[in-house]
Design a protein. Structure first.
Length: 180
């Protein structure tokens, strides 16, 4: 995608300050930036614009999932290059994001360079080193917690009930593991 018209970027992020900062950074790189805080706003923008790129936060306000947004964007335009950003990374949500149409999944904090590199890295790479490192119990627990959170659309109370733990205990575990 080389022409100026094709460099339209949709940012779906409920943190307005972060969205503006990221948007300005991409504008300096020649992108026309559209901002939305949720799936409905993104859908409304798609009525008048055809972005070739999208950056979607995994966890949007109201505990809604960015995965729904990825699915809607991909359904609107299967050729749109969608990158998911998250402070709550897990293997489960990464796999689902890719299945739903994202081309990359990045943990926050990610820079504009990281995101732009992700747009350019659409094809898979078979030369990635495979390690023999085993997964720790803490990592397995975190991935299970995040899988349950994703199943419950990030509803802390319902996830805690399904996990058999107190809501405050789950909230503490999430705050401990949060990637900033």
């Amino acid at each position: 995608m080389t022409t100026e018209e094709e460099r339209v970027l949709l940012i779906v992020e409920d943190d307005a300050a972060f969205a503006r900062t990221l948007g300005r950074s991409f504008e300096r790189r020649g992108y026309k930036v559209l901002l939305a805080q949720n799936v409905d706003e993104a859908s409304a923008l798609l009525a008048d614009h055809s972005p070739g790129y999208a950056v979607v936060d995994l966890k949007l306000k109201g505990n809604s999932s960015g995965l729904v947004c990825v699915q809607a964007l991909h359904a609107h335009d299967p050729d749109m290059l969608i990158v998911v950003l998250t402070g709550f990374a897990s293997i489960n949500t990464a796999v689902e994001a890719i299945k739903l149409g994202a081309i990359q999944y990045l943990a926050k904090p990610s820079t504009t360079d990281d995101i732009e590199a992700a747009f350019d890295h659409v094809a898979g790479a078979s030369d990635i080193e495979v390690t023999n490192r085993t997964t720790s119990v803490k990592t397995l627990e975190w991935e299970h917690i995040h899988a349950v959170l994703a199943e419950t659309d990030f509803n802390i109370s319902e996830a805690a009930r399904r996990l058999g733990m107190h809501r405050r205990t789950l909230a503490r575990k999430l705050e401990k593991q949060r990637v900033k």
